[in-house]
Unconditional design. Structure first.
Length: 86
């Protein structure tokens, strides 16, 4: 959520259709991003940084033991350096 007045962002657990206010300023927050529950996955690895890699197609995170990206469905290449690593 973001306060459009000052750009402050907060991550909170929100209910649909509810209005959320900035705790400090009382401004109404706008939703700028959502964390969706994970779809059932073939991976048994917990969703933790050490188990995740970036899909080379869409750049989203996927568990390392998956061959196909759960986000875009395309086959991910062999494990390699992450994009941006050097
Ligand atoms: Zn992908």
């Amino acid at each position: 959520m973001r306060n459009p007045a000052n750009g402050r962002e907060v991550v909170i657990e929100a209910e649909p259709e509810e209005i959320y206010l900035d705790r400090e300023t009382g401004d109404e927050l706008e939703v700028v991003g959502k964390v969706l529950p994970l779809a059932p996955s073939k991976s048994r690895l917990p969703w933790a940084v050490e188990n995740l890699r970036f899909c080379g197609w869409c750049g989203q995170l996927a568990q390392k033991d998956l061959n196909d990206c759960p986000t875009c469905g395309r086959r991910m290449g062999p494990l390699g350096p992450r994009p941006g690593d050097r």
